[in-house]
Write a protein that binds this ligand. Structure first.
Ligand code: GLN
Length: 205
């Protein structure tokens, strides 16, 4: 990929900064994966933390708590504006819920919280994810949502039990599961490549 197509902010790959919403949830695990891929990260807690970001991650956690925090800190409007301006955003688990029509409204989907059953807090599954090479993705689901409705601009990249668990709309990627907890970086690389930010050192050979 050429340096000119790297970022909507026209920064070079080497100076890319990916924000990670750090109000609640497992944001540090996302930072570790991104750092391992040679990407700069910044914890986002207030609107000023969004300045100049090349992409943003909304981590897993509790969508109710995260929603309260986003509203309390005045992040709702800036997040919507950045998304409308084309900022690449990666939501995982509660982060997927945050992106849906009932929350930030950035992704044209409806989700169901804790969709895989109240008793079943956590399970693992392996499946192919469209656009990710190297064999099936091994995924950890923790009180995970699934997508119940989606608009025409949204493509489904993977399903479990017939329900979408990975969707993409342009440069917005949302997963029901936790790729930051499985010790693999293919989903983060996939997102960075959608965002035009994949460092050459992290490209698949
Ligand atoms: N069940 C949580 C929610 O509804 C999401 C769980 C997670 O992010 N692991 O927000």
């Amino acid at each position: 990929m050429s340096a000119t197509s790297v970022s909507h902010r026209a920064q070079g790959v080497g100076s890319a900064v990916v924000g990670v919403l750090a109000l609640q949830g497992d944001f540090e695990a996302h930072e570790r994966v991104l750092t391992g891929l040679g990407v700069g990260t910044r914890q986002v807690r207030v609107p000023a933390d969004l300045d100049g970001l090349d992409a943003l991650v909304l981590p897993g956690g509790e969508s109710t708590v995260m929603t309260l925090g986003v509203e309390r800190e005045g992040l709702t409007a800036p997040l919507r504006e950045l998304a409308a301006g084309g900022l690449p955003i990666f939501g995982t688990c509660a982060g997927m819920i945050m992106l849906d029509r009932d929350h930030l409204g950035i992704l044209d989907v409806a989700t169901q919280r804790n969709a895989f059953g109240r008793q079943l807090h956590s399970f693992e599954a392996s499946f192919r994810l469209a656009g990710v090479s190297g064999g099936p993705v091994h995924a950890i689901f923790i009180r995970a949502p699934w997508v119940t409705e989606l608009g025409p601009a949204v493509s489904v990249l993977a399903e479990v039990d017939g329900h979408p668990v990975a969707v993409r709309q342009g440069r917005v990627l949302a997963l029901s599961f936790h790729p930051e907890l499985t010790g693999e970086d293919r989903l983060h690389r996939f997102f960075l490549s959608l965002a035009g930010l994949l460092p050459a050192s992290a490209k698949e050979t």
